[in-house]
Every structure is written in C-alpha cells, then in structure tokens.
Design a protein around this ligand. Structure first.
Ligand SMILES: *Cc1c(COP(=O)(O)O)cnc(C)c1O
Length: 354
C-alpha cells in the first residue's frame, strides 16, 4: 500500500512548551485510511488536519462501534524523537477491533504510517521536561445506516496533540473513592478493550467522585463488588509487605502497557510481584495491620499516579502519610527515563522515529 501525502498550505502557530495543557491543540496534519469490503483497508494518506464530514446516520454516532488507542512520542536528550512500545498499542488496537467486529489493520503498516506522520510534524514534539506528543489512533464505523449490525465501512485516523507535563504542579498523590453505585465493566464484556462506550459509561461515577472532592473512582468487579479492578482509566498497584500486588487480568480490566512495564521492571529488579484477585477488604485489613505502604495507578498519561487517600463507604484511610512512596517514585523515574532516553533501554521498549 502506498501512503500519499498532501501538505497543508497553512500552519498553526505552535504554543510555548511550558504553556501546553492536555488534548486541546492538534498538529497540522493527520493520517486517514478507509475500509470497504471489496477493497479492504485502502487509500492510506496523510492530509491537512480537519473536520470529518459525515452523514447524521453514520453508525458510530448511534451504536458506538469504534475503538481507539493512546500513546506518546518523546523528545530525547539528543533531540531525536522516540516512541514507547508502540507495537503493543497497535496489537491492542487489533484486539479491540476483533471484539467490536471491526476489521483489523496491518500493525506494521500502521506503525510506519504513524512514524511518517510524526516525521512530518516533528517540530510539534515539545522538548520541555515532561512534555510529549500525544497520539490518538481511532477507528470508527462509517456506514450511514440505522439498523443494528456491524458496519461494512470504516475510517481509521490518527491525530497528534502536543501535551504538557502531567505533573506541572509536582508529583503529588491523589484522593480516590470506591464506588459501589456504579460498575465499569463486566467479565466477558468489553472492559478489556478501548472502545468508546466504556468512557461514556464511566462519566457519572467520576462526576460523583469529583463532587465529593475525590480525583478518581476506584472500580470494583461488577459481579461480587468485592475485588479491586482499576482506578479511573488507569490500572492499580498496591505495595503490601514489600510485595507488589495488582489485580490479575480478569477480562474486565484493560491490559495497560504501563501496567505490563511496571510488572516487567519489578521482576527485573527481583521485586516480588503478584497478579491476583485483591479484595477491597484485604486492602483495608492490610492498612489496619500497617502492611499497606503504597497504592498507585499506572497509565500512559500520568505514567504513575500515587494515591494518598482512599475512601470506601464511611471509611477513609491515608496511605504513606499522604506522600509519594519510594516504590511509586522508582517506577515513575525508571519508566520516564526510558521514555525520554535518559537511561539505557535494557528492555528494548523504545523505538526511534528518526
Ligand atoms: C488506556 C487505559 C489504561 C492504561 O493503559 P496504558 O496502556 O498503560 O496507557 C487503563 N485502564 C483503562 C480503562 C484505559 O482505558
């Protein structure tokens, strides 16, 4: 397949690196590719960034048949640009596609197209500490049809957005609360995919948590409402008796690439890791026994998000005196150092763009 490139004749003004927020600003170009049953994925192209025009009956707007990914490009200390485990993102995109009846994309081709797009937009990759170029590959169902079935046509696009440091105000712990009123996902459902509706379904619980002064929701399993699953749109880790404990991938948990990186690093450091069921009662018991020293979330946006306070019904506990613990900090530093090329990548996780 031949990638065609159409250049924009107008260029946006780029903001200062230290004034970047998250997800409000997009680069000058985007990648697009279409799917039709008789042609497969075809017409891959880089074009000026712009609105998608679509029929109001377009299926994704009605039935949410769409999937996405989130990853970042980082400016390394030599001024080059690198990606962190991007093949894992395209692999997971295809996993999401299979569950949503969307035709899979060629992972190698998608990565090459992404690299071409980033090369064209290289001046948009910020250099200030903690900043990066956020990458959003998305696939949507495009048949204009109101019947409920899988679409026959699709659009795959990739957009890029320069983003500021996640911890602009310092690497500080957040307050989280357990919800029992809402569940995120159920086993054998689509909780282990990055599909559109999962995020719409999580909003109300998030708003209720915010109204009570909490940053994120801690989700329990949907069946017994006993076992910890995720925190907000991040995976979750506990340090109990010096053992790193994280919920096993049950089918309703999103298999985070940051989660996998934390586990692999921990094992390489000879730290004891357990992927298993962990109940909310066990968390509170471990805290009461003085064994729970840290809780943190993991995800591409924040890398590591330490938890300082946890509320469950009428109980509120403080973890590690509300400060960032040494384990969370060690993972945060180690992963960021690899992502930004500040330390050697013994794991083979980074991939140069140019
Ligand atoms: C994307 C996501 C994560 C984190 O995945 P990473 O690959 O580490 O960014 C965790 N939970 C949910 C629900 C997510 O959507």
């Amino acid at each position: 397949m031949q990638l065609t490139i159409t250049l924009a004749d107008q260029h946006k003004t780029k903001p200062e690196d230290d004034k970047l927020g998250f997800g409000t600003l997009f680069t000058d170009h985007m990648f697009n590719m279409d799917y039709a049953p008789d042609k497969g994925w075809h017409n891959p192209r880089i074009e000026p960034y712009g609105p998608l025009s679509m029929d109001p009956a377009t299926m994704v707007l009605h039935y949410g048949q769409g999937v996405f990914e989130g990853l970042k490009a980082y400016r390394n200390k030599e001024g080059g640009i690198q990606l962190f485990r991007p093949r894992e993102n395209f692999k997971r995109l295809n996993y999401s596609c299979r569950k949503l009846c969307i035709p899979e994309v060629d992972e190698g081709f998608a990565l090459e197209a992404l690299k071409e797009l980033i090369k064209l937009e290289k001046d948009w990759v910020p250099a200030a500490p903690g900043t990066s170029l956020y990458i959003r590959p998305t696939i949507i169902a495009t048949d204009p049809f109101l019947g409920v079935r899988a679409s026959h046509t699709y659009r795959f696009f990739i957009i890029l957005s320069p983003v500021g440091a996640y911890y602009a105000e310092g690497f500080n712990p957040v307050k989280i609360m357990v919800t029992r009123e809402h569940v995120r996902a159920v086993r054998n459902g689509v909780g282990d995919t990055k599909t559109l509706g999962n995020y719409a379904a999580s909003l109300l619980a998030g708003e209720k948590a915010h109204a009570q002064g909490y940053t994120q929701v801690l989700w329990l399993d949907a069946i017994e409402q006993r076992y910890v699953e995720e925190v907000g749109a991040m995976n979750i880790f506990f340090v109990i008796d010096d053992v790193l404990v994280t919920p096993e991938l049950s089918g309703s948990i999103l298999p985070g690439i940051t989660r996998d990186s934390v586990i692999r690093l921990a094992r390489s450091w000879k730290m004891k890791v357990e992927e298993r069921k962990i109940s909310i009662d066990e968390v509170f018991e471990a805290h009461a026994a003085g064994k729970l020293t840290e809780i943190f979330g993991s995800g591409t946006a924040a890398v590591i998000s330490p938890v300082g306070q946890l509320k469950y019904e009428d109980r509120v506990i403080t973890i590690g005196e509300g400060k960032v613990g040494p384990v969370a900090r060690k993972f945060f530093d180690a992963i960021m150092d690899i992502q930004y090329g500040r330390s050697p990548d013994g794991m083979g996780w980074t991939e140069p763009v140019q």
